[in-house]
Design a protein around this ligand. Structure first.
Ligand code: NAD
Ligand code: 2VS
Length: 490
C-alpha cells in the first residue's frame, strides 16, 4: 500500500519503512472543512498495529544503526529530509489547506519552510553539541555523554499538523531516538508524507513510524505502550492530563505544549500603526486556531475607542474564503464539531452580557463554499475578566476587548487565567515593557511584536499551558539522557 494519489486519497499506516493497511483493514474518512467533500480514507490503527509500530521503533532503536551512527552521517540524512520538505513544500501545503482549511498561500510561504528548518536546525545543533569534563585532580576524570532515550511518541494537534510534528521530530531524531507519530485524526494528510520523506532521505526503516486514528483509542494505546519511553505532546490541557495519568504506570518522560489564552496588552503610548495589524494576525491567523492567539485584548481606556475603531475596520477587511485561493486571509474552522464548539460561545457571550461589535455569524460566500465551516472575525467587548469568554480557550476567530485604566489593573487581568503560554505588550515605554514582561506569568512574552520565533529560545507554558520547554538545548535535554562517566586515572 502506498500514498496513492487519487481523488479520494488512500492513506496507510507507516510502520517499519512501509505503508500498510490496518490489521483489520479498518479505515476512517477525512473531509475538507472548506466544502465538506470527502477527501481521504485513512487506515485506522488497531492495538495490534500500535504494538507493531512500537516494537518496530524499539528494534530500530536497540539494534538498528540509527542510535550508533556517526553524528555526521545522521545529520546528513536529516538535512536531506529538510531539503525534500522544501522540494515538496507546495504538495505539503496543499494537504494542510485540504484537511485543516489553512490558507495555502501563507502555509507555503511560511509554515513549510519553518518545518524544514525545524529538522535542519536540530541537525546543526547536535553537530555542535559537546559534553562536559570534570577533572578531580590527578585521581579521577568525569566526562558526560548525551545519549538518546529510546522510543518516543509524538502526538500533534490539527491546527498546525506538519510544522508542529517536525518541531518534535527534528530533535527526537537528531538525538538518535526512534519515533512513533500519531497525527490528529481530522488532519492526517501532510504528516502521512513524513514516511516517504524519511525513506527518501535514507533514514533507516523503523526509525520513523506513523499510526493514524482517534486520540481516545490510538492515542491512548501509543501513550501507554510499555515500549514507549517518552511522550512529546502538543494539544489541549484536558488531553495532557489524560496522557500524564496513562503514562504513570510505565513512568514515561513527558513534554507538554498545551492550551493558551494570551493577553495582548495595548498601552496608550503604543504605536497603533504596528499594534493593530499585529493584533489582527494574533487574533485571526489560522482562523484563531492558534495556541498563541492574542484572544484577550486589554486596551487602556484613554485609547480604547481609537483602537476599537481601527481594529474593527481591519477585522472586517479580512477576506474569509476558500483556503486554496490566493488572497484568502481566513479559511474555515477545522470541523463541524469544532464549529459547533466555537459558535456555542456566541450564546455564552450573550448570556454573559458581552457587547458584540462585529461577526458572530457565517459570512456570505459563493455557493461552492456553502457547506464550509466559515465564521466572520468576531469581536466582543467585555469587562468581566472572570467570564467564560475571557477564561476559556475558544480556539476560533473570536476575541474579547477588555478595557483597563492602570498598569496594575492590566497585570491583574493578564494573570487572571489558568493558562500561561504567552503574552504580548505594546508600549513605547522601555521600563514599562520590562516591568510587564517580568510580571506576566507566561513562557513567552512578545514586546511590540507577536509570534517571532528563534528556535534556540525556550518555548513552552507556565501553569496549565504545559510541562517542560522545547527549543534548542531544552528540546535536546528532553530527548537525551545525560550520562556521567567517572574514570580512575591511577
Ligand atoms: N502550546 C502549543 O504549542 C500548542 C500548539 C498548538 C495547539 N495547542 C493546543 O492544542 C489544542 C487544539 O488541538 P486539539 O483539539 O487537536 O487537541 P487535542 O488534545 O484534542 O488533540 C491533540 C492530539 O492528541 C490526540 N489525543 C486526543 N485524546 C488523546 C488521548 N486520550 N491520549 C492520547 N492522545 C490523544 C489527538 O488525537 C490529537 O492527535 C488547543 O488547546 C491548543 O491550544 C497548543
Ligand atoms: O498553535 C500553535 C503554534 C505553536 C507554535 C510552535 O510550537 C512553534 O512555533 O514552535
Amino acid at each position: 500500500m502506498s500514498n496513492v494519489k487519487t481523488d479520494i486519497r488512500e492513506i496507510g499506516l507507516y510502520i517499519n519503512g512501509k505503508y500498510v493497511p490496518a490489521h483489520d483493514e479498518g479505515t476512517f474518512d477525512v473531509t475538507n472543512p472548506a466544502t465538506q467533500e470527502h477527501i481521504a480514507r485513512v487506515s485506522e490503527a488497531t492495538e495490534e498495529d500500535v504494538d507493531y509500530a512500537c516494537q518496530a521503533a524499539r528494534e530500530a532503536f536497540e539494534n538498528g544503526p540509527w542510535r550508533t551512527m556517526s553524528v555526521q552521517e545522521r545529520t546528513e540524512k536529516l538535512r536531506k529530509m529538510a531539503d525534500i520538505i522544501i522540494e515538496r513544500k507546495e504538495e505539503i501545503a496543499r494537504y494542510d489547506a485540504m484537511d485543516v482549511g489553512k490558507p495555502y498561500e501563507s502555509t507555503v510561504a511560511h509554515e513549510i519552510g519553518r518545518a524544514a528548518n525545524n529538522i535542519r536546525f536540530f541537525a546543526d545543533f547536535v553537530e555542535k553539541q559537546g559534553g562536559e569534563t570534570y577533572p578531580m585532580g590527578e585521581e579521577y576524570l568525569n566526562y558526560t555523554r548525551y545519549e538518546p532515550v529510546g522510543v518516543a511518541t509524538i502526538i500533534t494537534p490539527w491546527n498546525v499538523p506538519f510544522m508542529l510534528t517536525t518541531w518534535k521530530l527534528g530533535p527526537c531524531l537528531a538525538a538518535g531516538n526512534t519515533a512513533v507519530i500519531k497525527p490528529a485524526e481530522n488532519t492526517p494528510l501532510s504528516v502521512s508524507l513524513l514516511g516517504e520523506i524519511a525513506k527518501e532521505a535514507g533514514i533507516p526503516d523503523g526509525v520513523v513510524n506513523i499510526v493514524q486514528g482517534q486520540g481516545s483509542t490510538v492515542g491512548t494505546a501509543v501513550t501507554t505502550h510499555p515500549e514507549v519511553d517518552l511522550v512529546s505532546f502538543t494539544g489541549s490541557t484536558a488531553t495532557g492530563k489524560k496522557i500524564l495519568k496513562g503514562g504513570a504506570d510505565t513512568l514515561k518522560k513527558v513534554s507538554f505544549e498545551l492550551g493558551g489564552k494570551a493577553a495582548n496588552i495595548i498601552f496608550e503610548d503604543a504605536d497603533l500603526d504596528k499594534a493593530v495589524p499585529s493584533s489582527i494576525r494574533a487574533a485571526f491567523m489560522n482562523s484563531g486556531q492558534v495556541c498563541l492567539a492574542g484572544s484577550r485584548i486589554l486596551v487602556q481606556r484613554s485609547i480604547f475607542d481609537k483602537f476599537l475603531e481601527k481594529f474593527k475596520n481591519a477585522a472586517m477587511d479580512l477576506k474569509v474564503g476558500d483556503p486554496q485561493e490566493k488572497g484568502t486571509d481566513m479559511g474555515p474552522l477545522v470541523s463541524k464539531e469544532h464549529y459547533n464548539k466555537v459558535t456555542s460561545y456566541f450564546d455564552i457571550a450573550e448570556e454573559e452580557g458581552a457587547t458584540l461589535i462585529c461577526g458572530g455569524k457565517r459570512p456570505d460566500l459563493p455557493d461552492h463554499l456553502a457547506n464550509g465551516y466559515y465564521l466572520e472575525p468576531t469581536l466582543y467587548i467585555h469587562d468581566d475578566s472572570k467570564s467564560r469568554i475571557c477564561q476559556e480557550e475558544i480556539f476560533g476567530p473570536v476575541v474579547t476587548l477588555i478595557p483597563f485604566d492602570t498598569e496594575e489593573e492590566a497585570l491583574q487581568i493578564a494573570n487572571d487565567t489558568d493558562y500561561g503560554l504567552n503574552g504580548v505588550v505594546w508600549t513605547e515605554n522601555l521600563q514599562r515593557a520590562h516591568r510587564i514582561s517580568h510580571n506576566v506569568r507566561a513562557g513567552t512574552i512578545w514586546v511590540n511584536c507577536w509570534f517571532v520565533r528563534d528556535l534556540r529560545a525556550p518555548f513552552g507554558g507556565f501553569k496549565k499551558s504545559g510541562i517542560g520547554r522545547e527549543g534548542g538545548e531544552h528540546s535536546m535535554e528532553f530527548f537525551t539522557e545525560a550520562k556521567n562517566i567517572c574514570i580512575a586515572l591511577q
